[in-house]
Design a binder for this molecule. Structure first.
Ligand SMILES: Cc1cc2nc3c(=O)[nH]c(=O)nc-3n(C[C@H](O)[C@H](O)[C@H](O)COP(=O)(O)O)c2cc1C
Length: 403
């Protein structure tokens, strides 16, 4: 057994729940970094709504079935993964745990689950594909200057590197107010204040990891910014932003010859529009409650989007997913898979380098247990489960006939 495996086995015996990881992360991280992970837009009601809505989805258990051989694996865009659970893109992840991008890539490759690495990750897309050649997907933010020169160049780089799926994020048409970040002075371009320095000094494991790994940077941007921390931060602040317009997405679709998804689709009409452009799938997401606190919980939009997509593309869910039970809830409602952001980030923050590996194991184990309780042995059987979903939006909410 390798050293990490022994530590993971010990950890498993203490049965950490997400709340335990949150408390531990809060103790180990500088306040500004912890709040950056946990914060949401406005009064954070969107964050609360995501969790409450997922928890309200009930699945009626079935028993008397032989569940001795449960298979959590799933095919997404022609590739077989060990579970339909991916790691979400987390911008500037290295500030929350130094080395995060690399650790996510290694954990995803090891577990054979998708890693949707972000435009604003702290390793380049080329490095990530070299670490996780079988499971890397690439998330794109718009860089609209000079008719999207950099957006298209990043797309070409991801294609050349070998990313399997391109995922364009729709839901950041403008920067949003996250009160925690504003109060902490954690705004771009990031400048260290005396208060932040004090927080860093009180966060010993984080500071040790930072000293070992070096100051994180927006690695994908270095070739455009000319390098260095300040110029790159300024480049990101000035160039990344605004929403993708449909016309640009159509051009991206033409350029990217592998499967392409849109992330942040919440309205059924936007799912229809995506299909009309030849997009291969959507991630139903409200950015984990970080953009718009009035948005519905993403799981509450899921059934209607599944209905509109009608098998013509892949539907995945994120925002509030914390483990295997939530994964099964999403599958039962018709999603083909889920992504999780904070669950993976918190695990790294709380547990250090073994955190991502712990969370992939925890998702898998909990999904297996949830499937056993539901009497199914394969993920594709989940849509046959009996569910109750009190908050679901329906066709009638959008003016269609009530069914
Ligand atoms: C700290 C943080 C940074 C994020 N950065 C990005 C990003 O760069 N690109 C993106 O598409 N989504 C980003 N997201 C959103 C996630 O990809 C994902 O949609 C969200 O975290 C899902 O909700 P969950 O955290 O409840 O799982 C970020 C989320 C967090 C928490």
């Amino acid at each position: 057994m390798d050293k990490d495996a022994a530590r993971l086995a010990r950890l498993r015996r203490s049965h950490p729940m997400l709340g335990d990881l949150e408390r531990r992360a809060a103790r180990r991280l500088p306040r500004f970094a912890y709040d950056f992970i946990q914060g949401g837009a406005g009064d954070e009601s969107g964050l609360t709504r995501n969790r409450a809505a997922l928890q309200s989805v009930q699945i009626v258990p079935r028993y008397g079935v032989n569940v001795g051989a449960i298979d959590t694996s799933a095919t997404l865009f022609g590739h077989r993964y060990a579970a339909p659970v991916g790691i979400s893109p987390i911008g500037f992840d290295g500030i929350m745990w130094p080395g995060a991008t690399r650790l996510f890539a290694e954990a995803a490759q090891r577990a054979t689950i998708p890693y949707l690495v972000g435009t604003l990750a702290t390793e380049t897309i080329e490095t990530v594909v070299s670490l996780a050649p079988d499971v890397t997907w690439f998330q794109l933010y718009p860089l609209p200057a000079e008719d999207h020169r950099v957006s298209f160049d990043l797309t070409d780089r991801a294609m050349r590197a070998g990313a399997k799926v391109l995922v364009a994020t729709l839901d950041v048409p403008t920067r949003t107010k996250r009160p925690r970040d504003l109060r902490n002075g954690f705004v771009m371009p990031f400048r260290l204040s005396a208060g932040m320095l004090g927080q860093m000094m009180g966060a010993l494991p984080w500071s040790v990891a930072l000293a070992r790994r070096g100051r994180p940077n927006f690695a994908n941007m270095l070739t455009y910014s000319g390098g260095g921390y300040e110029p790159t931060a300024r480049f990101v602040q000035q160039n990344v932003g605004g929403g993708f317009e449909w016309e640009v997405l159509a051009r991206l679709r033409d350029r990217w010859t592998r499967p392409m998804m849109l992330k942040g689709v919440m309205h059924p009409a936007d799912a229809e529009k995506a299909l009309s452009l030849g997009i291969d799938g959507v991630v139903v997401s409200n950015h984990g409650g970080r953009q718009f606190d009035a948005a519905p919980a993403s799981v509450d939009m899921l059934p209607e989007i599944v209905r509109v997509m009608d098998g013509r593309g892949v539907v995945m869910l994120d925002s509030g997913v914390t483990g295997g039970v939530d994964t099964l809830r999403a599958l039962a409602l018709g999603a083909q898979g889920v992504f999780a952001g904070r669950a993976f980030m918190l695990a790294l923050a709380a547990l250090g380098d073994i955190g991502a590996r712990h969370m992939t194991d925890a998702f898998m184990e909990e999904l297996r247990n949830a499937m056993a309780q539901s009497g199914i042995t394969g993920v594709e059987q989940a849509t046959g489960l009996q569910t109750r979903h009190p908050g679901a939006w329906t066709r009638a909410d959008f003016g269609g006939p009530d069914e």
